[in-house]
Design a protein around this ligand. Structure first.
Ligand SMILES: Cc1cc2nc3c(=O)[nH]c(=O)nc-3n(C[C@H](O)[C@H](O)[C@H](O)COP(=O)(O)OP(=O)(O)OC[C@H]3O[C@@H](n4cnc5c(N)ncnc54)[C@H](O)[C@@H]3O)c2cc1C
Length: 599
């Protein structure tokens, strides 16, 4: 069916239209898990992905997925819950964390039964490795909670979920780029406008429910571990639809990206017995985290490396990295448990870890903040007197969402868990919603104009500044002004710089070639998305005057629970910030009140 709209010249044209019960934007683990739940319940589901589904960033996840299966060492979901809350520096919502940790074991077993080829112990059970921030008995000995398929766990999960979706007859729009949400006057979300990347032809996908599952925004930073597609499109779409972004000041820097390149060397390497040394050959983590050492939480290890480098104890001629040693481990263990890491290290660092240590440094990795949701995946916004209301018809799951189970710092292995647990939960809630909301609501012709005008803006050719150079400037600015350590004057300058780059983007044009390739247009649209999120991130970071988890302020070095035990909400309109309380009360068990966080 077609609907009238305007082209870039303002002429009426027909826009092709498709209808589904649910539109899922994003085919990573989060989107695919939700789509599977829906397709298996006989809902009609359309999944839009800007890359072929199995190229989504989930495919790159290495180390594994957490669940207290107790296959290797004693374990219990309650200990997992405690570690996650402590890891979040007490900013995580304890009801959502309880829900996730309780669901973890069944979720992993469900994945196993769907066909995920987990590595095995001698007794046939799923292999589990030690990861950072994991403990037995509420802060006691190291636990081994991360279920792994060698060092390619995300690959195994994503391919399995994709195949299950094909089997369940989910409809895929591969290589379609979602532009913006479509909304009616009462605030219902009615689907989205997308374009087919190959042809540039727009399409209106009308849906009773829309789930955003577009992943993280690691491309905000120059040095990052993320795929080039991780430009936070869904978060920016939500911002433009008037939805605030939660906790954007919390961006995780992974301690071990390959120095100068950024590719991730999984925490699983330290879980298998690898450790860090500085330029003096010292195992420095013993000083910063005497108990957990190299398996302290990621924010702690990243800061420790940054201090070592700042104080001149780095390695190499520029003393700009430290070394990750694994050459003391048995070569067979490396080949069997870490084959992908060995490959990456040989390709990008020119080092075979069997013989020599890997040069590493902290690298932007994970977006803790995102679209505010409850544990059913419903997008929630503050209404009158602080109460939260769901946005009708809109859901979010995966890295783009902030439930919040990761708070100020995510534990390794908890993101793959988050995407499958909350992807599934969102699917279940949508099934209930569809029972009450059985008909498509009418879409006014004008409601697609905004999305199409964004597209048309990049049709005008010229010789303006190139999108690529603006993008590089933005990312370098974020590295420099909003990195591992932050402080007032630097952040203030960062806000000014980012706003100046935003202004430059208003005047940018695609180069005046005879033909504009859609990929160039897509990159421009992605940069607009990154731009909105960069402003959200620096503004939120400037306002939070304390150090908590990944947000580390030199001028406010302590955590301040009295004033700052709260989530930030950044609104695009007026660049305004509001705050909302942390859910300290879990669902059924006693809460874990904030206490000092030591490893
Ligand atoms: C190198 C690396 C290793 C990691 N290792 C681990 C690990 O071992 N354990 C762990 O728990 N976590 C790990 N993580 C984190 C974890 O992998 C991610 O947080 C998680 O996979 C994100 O899944 P997702 O479904 O939210 O999004 P993604 O897998 O990123 O998928 C996003 C989807 O959205 C689509 N999309 C985006 N924008 C648009 C648009 N505009 N239009 C249409 N489609 C769009 C993309 O095409 C893609 O299909 C790792 C991350 C990285 C980068």
């Amino acid at each position: 069916m077609d609907v009238a709209c305007c082209d870039s010249g303002g002429n009426k044209m027909n826009l092709t239209k498709r209808k589904f019960d649910c539109l899922v934007i994003g085919a990573g683990g989060g989107g695919l898990r939700a789509a599977l739940q829906l397709s298996q319940a006989d809902a009609s589901v359309g999944v839009v992905s800007k890359v072929f589904p199995t190229r989504s960033h989930t495919v790159a996840a290495q180390g594994g997925i957490n669940a207290a299966l107790a296959n290797v060492l004693p374990d219990n979901w309650h200990w997992h819950m405690y570690d996650t809350i402590k890891g979040s520096d007490y900013l995580g919502d304890q009801d959502a964390i309880e829900y996730m940790c309780r669901a973890a074991s069944n979720t992993v077993i469900e994945l196993e039964h769907s066909g995920v080829p987990f590595s095995r112990l001698e007794n046939g059970r799923i292999y589990q490795r030690a990861f950072g921030g994991q403990s037995q008995n509420f802060g006691g000995d190291q636990a081994a909670r991360t279920c792994a398929a060698a060092d390619r766990t995300g690959h195994a999960i994503l391919h399995t979920l994709y195949q299950q979706n094909i089997h369940a007859r989910t409809h895929f729009f591969d290589e379609y780029f979602a532009l913006d949400l479509v909304k009616d006057e009462e605030g219902y979300i009615l689907g989205a406008v997308a374009i087919e990347i190959e042809t540039g032809i727009p399409l209106l996908i009308e849906a009773k429910t829309t789930l955003i599952a577009t992943g993280g925004a690691g491309q905000l930073f120059y040095n990052n571990t993320n795929a080039r597609i991780n430009t936070g499109d869904g978060m920016a779409m939500a911002l433009r639809a008037g939805i605030p972004m939660e906790d954007m000041e919390f961006f995780q820097f992974h301690p071990t990206g390959i120095a100068g390149k950024g590719m991730l060397i999984s925490e699983g390497v330290r879980g298998e017995g690898g450790y860090l040394v500085n330029g003096e050959g010292e195992r420095f983590m013993e000083r910063y985290a005497p108990h957990a050492k190299d398996l302290a939480s990621r924010d702690v290890v990243s800061r420790s490396i940054a201090i070592e480098l700042k104080e001149g104890r780095g390695c190499g001629p520029d003393k700009d990295h430290v070394l990750l040693k694994v050459d003391h481990l048995d070569a067979d263990i490396i080949k069997k448990r870490l084959p992908g890491i060995r490959d990456l290290s040989m390709t990008f660092a020119g080092v075979d870890p069997i013989n020599a240590p890997i040069p590493v440094c902290p690298t932007a990795h994970y977006t803790m903040g995102g679209i505010p949701t409850n544990r059913h995946g419903q997008v929630v916004v503050p209404e009158h007197q602080g109460a939260e209301e769901p946005v009708p018809g809109l859901y979010a799951a995966g890295e783009c969402a902030c439930v919040s189970v990761h708070g100020a710092n995510r534990l390794g292995g908890n993101s793959l868990l988050d995407i499958v647990v909350f992807g599934r939960a969102a699917g279940n809630h949508i099934i209930e919603y569809l029972k009450e909301n059985r008909y498509h609501r009418p879409i006014a012709e004008e409601s697609v104009d905004y999305a199409l005008s964004r597209l048309a803006r990049w049709d005008k050719k010229g010789d303006g500044e190139s999108v690529d150079s603006i993008k590089t400037d933005l990312k370098k600015t974020m590295d420099k002004y909003c990195g591992v350590f932050r402080q007032e004057d630097v952040l203030k300058e960062g806000v000014e710089k980012v706003l100046a780059i935003e202004e430059r983007l208003q005047h940018a044009r695609l180069k005046d070639h005879s033909k504009i390739f859609n990929t160039a247009r897509i990159e421009a649209l992605e940069l607009e998305n990154l731009m909105d999120l960069a402003v959200a991130t620096v503004c939120s970071a400037l306002e939070r005057k304390e150090s908590r988890g990944a947000h580390s302020r030199i001028d406010y070095p302590e955590r301040d629970d009295k004033n700052w035990l709260k989530h930030s909400l950044y609104f695009k309109e007026g660049r305004r910030l509001e705050y909302k309380p942390v859910h300290i009360k879990p669902l059924t068990v006693d809460s874990f009140p904030p206490k000092p966080r030591v490893y």
